[in-house]
Design a protein around this ligand. Structure first.
Ligand SMILES: [Zn+2]
Length: 323
């Protein structure tokens, strides 16, 4: 027995003990300056899902960002969400579904071609123990560059050599139509040229699907137009569990789940996007369904709760140490 009491712990006896510890025990740890690999696993029925993070784009935003709300209202919502003034965090998280016999990837991240702070998908996929060659199927929600650019490197090398790539038929019809591209203002042209860069020389490999089809085992396409004309959400079901992969139904939820009527500058048809958004958020609320959002904070899944007649919020999923 050392006979330590609170009184002598605080007194000279305890100080003497500390002084006697070897110096190494008090050495400073080096500053690391980087995160652990960002992937996160969870289950839906017997399926194992892995959220694979690609990074975050800190995008400058101004009064043009939300088309139908006054800039001070947007600034207030950003401040309420503890965002830096004029800087919107847009995280990117893809979803890998392992059915037990197939590996299915929903959207492909930025390919490191959009922002210096994004492009970690490949490293995080490797850290999760998956080789791009193993992926059997890629499902695409829509054709914006942050969802399709991972199909190729910036030098146009194919990243997933063995995957069948399936895209919404309506999305293909819209973006691959040269007349539509011709009607687009010059400033928006790069997105159209990017679609041709990604798909042009692999068009024969691309499958097109319609809404309400089983596009992979247990995965059903749901039309969610507005963000883009063919924007698609995926319902994933296994056993008696199911969830919705919402794609870009909302951008950052701290703005657009809380304010589902807002028309972000990214939405092709703002009013249609808002209608789709409210329908899907309401469904997620009523069904108490787990949802994943491509631009939700990592690991980009959680539940939607109702906060008003037509306002909602995200309750992020709690990190679980085991499946
Ligand atoms: Zn997006």
């Amino acid at each position: 027995m050392t006979g330590l009491t609170r009184r002598n712990l605080l007194g000279g006896a305890a100080l003497a003990v500390v002084a006697a510890l070897p110096q190494a025990a008090r050495a400073a740890a080096p500053i690391v300056g980087q995160q652990a690999p960002a992937f996160y696993r969870y289950k839906i029925g017997s399926y194992e899902l892995t959220a694979i993070h690609d990074g975050v784009w800190m995008r400058d935003v101004d009064g043009t960002f939300v088309r139908n709300a006054p800039w001070p209202a947007v600034q207030k919502a950003m401040a309420d969400a503890h965002m830096a003034p004029g800087k919107l965090a847009i995280p990117f998280t893809t979803l890998l579904v392992n059915t037990g016999s197939k590996l299915i990837l929903i959207d492909t991240a930025t390919g490191g071609q959009l922002a210096a702070t994004a492009g970690a998908f490949g490293a995080n996929l490797a850290a999760a123990g998956i080789d791009p060659k193993q992926i059997d199927t890629i499902l695409i929600s829509h054709f914006h560059p942050d969802h399709i650019n991972g199909i190729k490197t910036k030098d146009n090398a194919v990243v997933f050599p063995n995957a069948e790539i399936k895209v919404p038929a309506a999305e293909w019809a819209y973006w691959m139509d040269d007349a539509n591209m011709g009607k687009t203002p010059e400033v928006a042209r790069p997105a159209w040229l990017n679609v041709r860069r990604i798909f042009g020389d692999i068009a024969a490999r691309i499958g097109k699907f319609e809404p309400n089809k089983e596009v992979a085992p247990g995965i059903t396409s749901i039309a969610a137009p507005g963000h883009t004309p063919g924007h698609t959400v995926f319902a994933i079901a296994s056993g008696n569990q199911s969830m919705l992969a919402l794609g870009d139904t909302t951008n950052n939820p701290l703005l657009f789940v809380r304010n589902p009527d807002w028309h972000a500058i990214f939405d092709t048809d703002g009013a249609m996007a808002a209608g789709t958004r409210k329908t899907l958020l309401e469904r997620a609320t009523v069904d108490r369904m787990l949802v994943q959002g491509y631009h939700f904070p990592f690991p980009a899944s959680g539940h939607i709760i109702k906060t008003g007649a037509q306002t909602y919020d995200l309750v992020p999923a709690m990190w679980q140490p085991s499946l």
